[in-house]
Design a protein around this ligand. Sequence first.
Ligand code: ADP
Length: 277
Amino acid sequence: MRMQPRISTRPRTPEVEVRHVRREYSEGGKSVLALDDLSFHINEHEFVCIIGPSGCGKSTLLRLLAGLEFPTSGSVLFGGRPVTGPNPKSSAMIFQTFGLLPWRTVYENIELGLQGIAMPEDRRKDVIDKYIKLMDLEDFTDAHPAELSGGMRQRVGIARALAVEPRVLLMDEPFSMLDAQTAEALRRDVLDIWNDKRMKTNTFVMVTHLIEESVFMADRIIVLSKRPGRLVADVPVDVPRPRAEHARDAEFFEMCDMLKRLITYHGGADTGGMGKV
Ligand code: ADP
C-alpha cells in the first residue's frame, strides 16, 4: 500500500466563534428573548460589522463577546476557548458615549485600561505615550474630558482600548455621537490602525446602525433579524479598498441597496432612504 503524504487540512481556529447563542433576559417576571440560535465566526485580521434593526441584540452580542455577560445557552469562544469573563488580552471595548471618567486626565483615562494588567511602571508609561501619539493626543495629555470635543474624547476611548493591546477590538456604534466630518475622519483613522501591520490588535468588530458605514469599513457584514436577533446573512464586502465614503460608485451603492432590502424584508425599519437601519 502506498503511503499518502501527510498534509494537514485542519482549518485555522477562528479568532472568535459564536455557537448557537441564545440570550434571554427576564424583566418584571416576563422573559425577553434578545438573541436566538446565533452562530458565526470571525477570523484574525478581519474587520466585521454587525448590523440589524434597533433592539435586535447587537449590543447584547458585543457584551457577550466581551465576556461582560453570558449566553443563556450556546457558547462564545476566543481562540477556541470559551469566554469565562472579561479578558484584557482577548478584547477591549469602545463605547458610543466614550465611557471616560470625567475627573481623570486624558493620560489617566488611558492608564485606566492598563490597571487590570500586570505591567512594570516604566513600560506602562511607554505604552501610554505610544497610543497617545498614535491618536494625536500629545497636546491634551493633562486635559480632562470636559475640555475636549466629542471627536477628541473618542480618540481617548480608542487609545485606552488599544493600549491594552487586546487581540480583538469591539466597537459599539463608536461614531454615532460625532458630527459627520469628525466621524468621517475618525473612520479613516480606525481603518489605518486596522491596516497597520505593526499593531498588536488586528481583528475589529463594530456594531453600527448605518449601512453605508458598514460597507465603507467591513470585510464582512453580519446581518441580524429584528428581535430576537437571528442570523439573516453573513455577507462578504467585495468593494475594493480604499473605499470612498458616500460613493456614487456602482458597487458600493448596490451593496448598500442589497443590505437595505435584506433588513427591510427581515423586519427592519424602512427608512425610505439608504443609510440608517
Ligand atoms: P440593539 O443593540 O440591537 O439595539 P440590545 O442588545 O440593546 O439591542 O437589546 C436587545 C433586546 O434585549 C431589547 O429588547 C432590550 O430591551 C433587551 N435587553 C437588553 N439588555 C437587557 C437587560 N439587561 N435586561 C432586560 N432586557 C434587556
